[in-house]
Every structure is written in structure tokens, then in C-alpha cells.
Design a protein around this ligand. Sequence first.
Ligand code: GDP
Ligand code: MG
Length: 258
Amino acid sequence: MLLNYILGTAGSGKSTLTGTLRSYILNRNPEISAITVNLDPGVKDMPYIPDVDIRDYIVLDDVMEKYGLGPNGATILASDLMIQFIDDLKYEIDQYNADWVLVDTAGQLELFSFRETGPLIANSLGIQPVQRAVCFLFDSNLVMRPNGFISTLLLAASVQFRFKNISQINVLSKSDLLDDTQIEMIVNWSQDFMALEDSTNEREQGLIRELSLLISDVFVQMGSTAELIPCSTTEEESLDVLFGHLQRVFDSDESKFY
Ligand SMILES: Nc1nc2c(ncn2[C@@H]2O[C@H](COP(=O)(O)OP(=O)(O)O)[C@@H](O)[C@H]2O)c(=O)[nH]1
Ligand SMILES: [Mg+2]
């Protein structure tokens, strides 16, 4: 069983990619089974119908009402309460015995990543032998400038830090919003931090420029992080490329944790 957790900032395209990847996998090879899991208790409208849904156990509006909380407090509590339902989620997922399990996560990235629940759930789900990967989405809308790219890179690095034993693929989502030159430039930033420094020098000013240079310097010293994979849910070829990367992660030993 291959579990792919899809993470990213609010609106980065997690739910759309989850649903699209499921259809893509089923169309590609009808013998391979794929299911979707929604872990966002607050979502109202979804672009796909999840096979397993945290909202069968917790709904944000109910948490607000029951505990007299506003949306922010209820979102935090709902995220913590998910721990109680790990066994139920695991049981439901196991019943499908699917080859691929695509897990869509909550809109608030920091709740799933920085609190205990997310990593605990991520490491608990799945039937043995299970392999896990994280797709972290860099929203094309946010990373056109060096400072937006660096902010997202820091988030991606934090996620990697929190889900330390799970292989991570960084994805440039909604790449159809960019032209080829922009895509090339942004992908190049992810592989060549000197290029990122050059762009920062050209395009940022003042304190932001100084800070961006210092941070990109840290990444230079750490060595290059993973290559950013451009992906648009509207372009089949880009799904081929992302799927190929996922398969390679799952084929490698790195993602095997029993
Ligand atoms: N242009 C474009 N828009 C996208 C793509 N994927 C998602 N979107 C749009 O981005 C918005 C947020 O998507 P959603 O999947 O709900 O993001 P989430 O909050 O991360 O789950 C929606 O309006 C989607 O239609 C894509 O590949 N290309
Ligand atoms: Mg969503």
C-alpha cells in the first residue's frame, strides 16, 4: 500500500490534486486501485467525493457549537481531536486494501504539520507493508518572486523536518498559471541557490533582500534540496511527470517503513 500525503498552504491545490491524481491513476491502469482520504474537518465543498472522510467523525461546525469556540479555536481543537479517530480511519482505509491511498490534508498547514496529530496520523495509517510519501505544494501564485519562493521553501523545509522519515516531493502546483520561462526560472531556484541569490539581488530590495540572501545562503550551505516538479491538474503530461516521481520514491528503499 502506497500512501501519498498531500500538503501545502491553504488554496495551493491539495484537494484538486488529490481528486485528479485518483482519476489519473485509475484511468492509467484500471487494475490498480486508488482511494482518496479527506483529513480536513472544516472543508465544505470538495472537488471530489472522498472514500474515507474525517467529517464522518468530526465536523468543524459541530466542534464550534459544542465547545463554544470561534473558527480558529475550533480548527485547532478539531485537529487535536482527530487523534481519537486514528483507529477508525485506519480500519476504513484497510477495508479498501487499495494500492494507492491519496490523503488530502487540512487547509491550515501548520495544524497538520506542527502539532502532534499530523505526523502521528501520517505514520499510523496504512496496511503493512506500507510506503509513504509527502507531496508538498508550492503554489505558483505565491512563488513568482524570490521572497515568496523562499518563504514557501522554509515551510517545505519545516514539513520535511516534522515528517522526517517520510520522503518528500516538492511540487510547483498550478503551473499552467506560469509561462515556460517563469517555470524554468523557479525550478532553477530550487536546484541552484546561487541563481536564487542572483534573482534576489535583482528583484528584492532593503531588508527583504538582506534577509532573503541570508536565508538562501543557509540553503546553499545545506546543499540543494529536492527538485521542484511543475504540475498542473489541467495538463495530463505534467501528471505523468509527477506520477513518475512518485513511483520512483516508492520504488526506492527510502520510503519503506514497516
Ligand atoms: N489554474 C489552476 N488552478 C488550480 C489548479 N489546482 C487547483 N486550482 C484552483 O485553486 C483553488 C484552490 O484549490 P484547492 O484544491 O481547493 O486547494 P486546497 O485548499 O489546497 O485544497 C481552486 O479554485 C482550484 O480550482 C491547477 O492545477 N491549475
Ligand atoms: Mg482542500
